[in-house]
Design a protein around this ligand. Structure first.
Ligand code: SF4
Length: 317
């Protein structure tokens, strides 16, 4: 439970509340047993506790899909929106209330299909928010249709003899967008890596895009099964400025020292390989954030109306 400091109790002027994890826990999650989303939810609640984010200053935005139930499970503000439209909603919130802590949860159908154009432009706008792609390689909520990240030949309800096309690569795609400033990949079945990645991503100023490989035991159980059982199939991208988890390399022996400022190497590392690469692919702290570039002078209400009318008068005929 939240603990209130003496000063707050005494005069109500100083806010020194301390938040515990349960202060961020919303309703009981209704994902299937064994769904990787549970692990991601826990990591996110842990992050908010570690950062001591005030729930009333924190917003989770989502679109439609299994993962898009995320805002219901957080005891913060939330917006469960339309399919593929989480990012434009988040953009609007950030423009109007740049001081809020903003999180966006999307699935692979939500982000990489119907919401793909918003994903591209949100990357380019580089507004300060943490966007997580919970990628289970399938439409889960609507019962197992091929999504853009479904592996080729993997059967689905819409392509039962096997998915026709090669899968879209969300890391490569994001790295190809002008103004990309933070791109990382992690896996929900490695909670310490997941948590550290989210923490580094949250602390980055700009649009932090984190693809989280997520198990769906109902529709894509076999896709990550081998990688979960065999640490040999994972390669950790490590760097002093990257994600570092004590002793994780004792389990995951394949590591690659990668400077996240090196975009060309990041793009090469994003290409498919024999191992799943986890860590920060790219980070650039110097990309301007849109909410600061276009910040308007602080007008009074009367000044806003007058300015708006002046603008409209320009189009009078
Ligand atoms: Fe999770 Fe898959 Fe169930 Fe959706 S269908 S809640 S992704 S396990």
């Amino acid at each position: 439970m939240t603990h209130y400091g003496q000063s707050l109790l005494g005069c109500g002027m100083i806010d020194d509340r301390h938040f515990e994890m349960e202060d961020y826990q919303g309703t009981i999650a209704r994902w299937c047993p064994g769904c990787g989303d549970h692990s991601i939810l826990t990591a996110m609640q842990r992050l908010l506790e570690e950062e001591q984010l005030k729930p009333e200053n924190t917003v989770f935005v989502s679109g439609i899909g299994c993962s898009s139930r995320f805002p219901h499970y957080m005891k913060t503000y939330g917006f469960h929106g339309l399919h593929g439209r989480a990012l434009p909603v988040a953009t609007g919130i950030k423009l109007e209330r740049p001081e809020l802590h903003l999180f966006v949860a999307m699935g692979d159908g939500d982000c990489c299909s119907i919401g793909a154009s918003h994903w591209l432009h949100a990357t380019r706008y580089n507004m300060d928010m943490l966007a997580v792609l919970l990628d289970n390689n399938m439409y889960g909520l609507t019962k197992g249709q091929t999504s853009p990240t479904t592996p080729q030949k993997f059967p689905s309800n819409t392509q039962p003899s096997g998915t026709y096309l090669r899968a879209l690569n969300p890391i490569s795609a994001t790295l190809g967008v002008t103004n990309a400033s933070f791109v990382a990949q992690t896996a929900e079945w490695i909670p310490p890596h997941l948590f550290e990645t989210l923490k580094v991503a949250y602390r980055h100023k700009g649009f932090s895009f984190v693809r989280i490989l997520q198990r769906c035991p109902v529709y894509t159980a076999s896709i990550f099964e081998e990688a979960v059982r065999d640490p040999d199939l994972i390669e950790l991208l490590i760097h002093d400025d990257g994600v570092w988890v004590k002793d994780l390399d004792q389990i995951y022996g394949h590591t690659f020292y990668h400077d996240p400022r090196d975009l060309n190497t990041a793009r090469a590392l994003a290409e498919p390989s024999d191992r799943l690469r986890l860590g920060i692919f790219y980070r650039n702290e110097d990309v301007p954030v849109y909410e600061e570039i276009r910040r308007l002078p602080s007008y009074t209400a009367d000044e806003r109306v007058r300015t708006l009318n002046q603008e409209l008068d320009r189009y009078a005929v």
